[in-house]
Write a new protein. Structure first.
Length: 200
């Protein structure tokens, strides 16, 4: 019985630590309104990100939605006879959620990683004359994304904030450790944070 009690206490303690570790990755500094909302690329999480960006647009917090492109392709489309790029799939998802096609714009270039994406967004914001930008990404990615954005936008005069999307596709903070994807998105994110701070 003692072994069972110890195991239960250890499980509860680990669950609390795992939940706290997941929640610590999520930041969402409130920018309120902005000139535009940008959706960070990510084929595995494009639904939760586009849905949240569409909600921000419908709330009137931004007048246009910007999409970055990581070059990833979706599955084969028989109707179009091609693999449709995820950036196009994301644009269609936004339109299906009430964002007019005229309000969806594409950021030039390919995002090769979070810091590269932040640099693309800075160049695009400056070329458009934007003064403020809300960036939507997944919760577990939000702390690293904010760090990269603050680094990339330093001295630009553009106010930038991150709005973390609710986890439609991301694992729940108290259950992430039960799946391989959870380990990639939570434990893996800590490794990436260390790398980013050392590398950039």
């Amino acid at each position: 019985m003692r072994a069972v009690r110890v195991a239960l206490v250890a499980l509860v303690a680990w669950s609390l630590v795992a939940w706290a570790a997941a929640r610590a990755l999520v930041v969402s500094p409130d920018l309120g309104r902005a000139d535009a909302v940008a959706v960070m690329a990510g084929s595995a999480a494009y639904l939760e990100r586009t849905h949240h960006a569409a909600e921000i647009y419908r709330e009137g917090r931004a007048a246009r939605v910007l999409l970055t492109n990581d070059g990833e392709l979706g599955g084969w489309s028989s109707a179009e006879q091609r693999n449709v790029p995820f950036v196009e799939i994301a644009a269609r998802e936004l339109q299906g959620r009430g964002v007019p096609a005229a309000s969806v714009e594409f950021v030039p270039g390919y995002a090769l990683g979070t810091y590269s994406e932040a640099q693309l967004l800075r160049r695009d914001a400056e070329s458009r004359g934007l003064r403020s930008l809300i960036v939507v990404t997944s919760g577990y990615h939000s702390r690293r994304a904010l760090w990269a954005l603050q680094k990339a936008f330093a001295g630009s005069g553009v106010a930038v904030g991150v709005d973390a999307a609710p986890g439609e596709e991301s694992p729940a903070p108290y259950l992430w450790w039960l799946t391989a994807r959870g380990w990639r998105e939570v434990a893996g994110e800590y490794a990436k944070l260390v790398y980013y701070r050392a590398h950039y």
